[in-house]
Ligand binder design. Structure first.
Ligand SMILES: Nc1nc2c(ncn2[C@@H]2O[C@H](COP(=O)(O)OP(=O)(O)OP(=O)(O)O)[C@@H](O)[C@H]2O)c(=O)[nH]1
Ligand SMILES: [Mg+2]
Length: 342
């Protein structure tokens, strides 16, 4: 595969709101414009320099940032995650297109007013023209407030998303809340996500790395997903759902076999069924917390899981006590080998 630069959503910047732009531009009107003695018609040059500075401000704070956002949104995984943060039906690439189209009008204003300011009769006219220009620029930006706000919600979501290298393998760890996903990812990878006895401890996707087959493999710790339809999922669950369905080559589905597991066993079977029917053979099922249950219960749990997904591999592990992890890693190794034939 061709070497590509990895696009990092963590680094994109928010767009300034209308009032921030207004502040920034008014500031330009107060900043001195140093001019050498030899310059004639100083006032005209001063205002035309400001006309230019205002445009540069728009260029750097809006247009350049919009390009960064567009680059990230061009990647389907990030686009879906970003769409999760804005009202349904909003097409973010359209929003970016519309915004940049409207902002280009400011480039026209810049050209027009630079010429007009430079050909004004006196300082007063130059100053008036400058004010008119600022007013028109700000009015364009003000009309874009809603789109800027929408894109900033998307940017806030994207900035929480790790930087994924799509040319390298991706494993995702999924399951209901509390099954031990973060404990597992913290144990086997470079990531150190927080784990705790409270559901939805993990709210965002966390990226870790492991060396498998001599290559660096990315492993994603996902938020927990409840057993319900995608339409009913909250924003946190949907982050996990998007990762599962769009980027993972292999999914480790973790199960908590304990009698006292808050969400019960059946919900875990149902979610597995749903994931399996969406992604097919890519699922490795691992029963976690084997240290907590009797052998007898464990056997029954494994049997029930195999019935739901015949042919799927069901492993027994304890992420906390570090049991069965070697076998899990070698299973993942094999899966990845099959997923990407050399
Ligand atoms: N006994 C035992 N407890 C475990 C094991 N693995 C995880 N736990 C505990 O299970 C609880 C939940 O662990 P997490 O790793 O936070 O679970 P999670 O699936 O990431 O939970 P969410 O982020 O809320 O979805 C914690 O109290 C862990 O210490 C295990 O193998 N055995
Ligand atoms: Mg977690």
């Amino acid at each position: 595969m061709e070497e590509r630069e990895v696009v990092c959503p963590e680094n994109i910047r928010r767009l300034p709101t209308y009032s921030e732009v207004r502040k920034g531009i008014l500031e330009i009107g107060r900043e001195p414009v140093p001019l050498s003695k030899s310059v004639s018609r100083k006032a005209l040059v001063k205002y035309s320099t400001r006309v230019e500075r205002v445009f540069r401000y728009v260029e750097n704070h809006l247009l350049a940032r919009l390009r960064e956002v567009r680059e990230v949104l061009n990647i389907p995984f990030y686009r879906e995650l970003a769409s999760n943060a804005v009202p349904e039906g909003v097409d973010l690439l359209n929003t970016v297109g519309r915004l940049s189209g409207k902002l280009k009008a400011i480039r026209k204003l810049y050209r027009e007013y630079r010429t007009r300011v430079l050909s004004s009769i006196d300082r007063l006219e130059a100053e008036e023209l400058y004010r008119e220009y600022v007013g028109r620029v700000l009015s364009v930006v003000r009309r874009l407030s809603r789109d800027i706000e929408l894109l900033n919600s998307a940017v806030d979501e994207l900035r929480k998303t790790p930087c994924i290298d799509f040319s390298k393998p991706i494993i995702a760890v999924a399951g209901l809340p509390q099954v031990g996903k973060s404990t597992l990812v913290a144990t086997i990878s470079s990531a150190k996500p927080r784990s705790s006895p409270f559901p939805f401890t993990t709210k965002e996707i966390v990226l870790g790395h492991i060396e498998l087959n001599g290559t660096t493999v990315q492993i994603l710790d996902l938020p927990g997903i409840l057993d319900r339809s995608p339409e009913e999922m909250n924003r946190i669950e949907r982050r996990a759902f998007i990762a599962l369905t769009t980027v993972a080559q292999v999914i480790v589905y973790l199960v908590d076999p304990s009698e006292d597991f808050y969400y019960g066993f059946e919900s875990q079977l149902n979610l597995l069924k749903a994931i399996h029917s969406l992604v097919g053979q890519k699922v490795v099922v691992a029963v976690n917390k084997v240290d907590k249950v009797s052998d007898e219960r464990l056997t029954r749990v494994v049997e029930a899981l195999m019935e739901v997904v015949p042919g799927a591999k069901v492993l027994k592990i304890s992420a906390l006590r570090k049991l069965g992890l070697e076998e899990l890693l070698s299973t993942l190794r094999n899966f990845l080998r099959e997923a990407r034939p050399e």
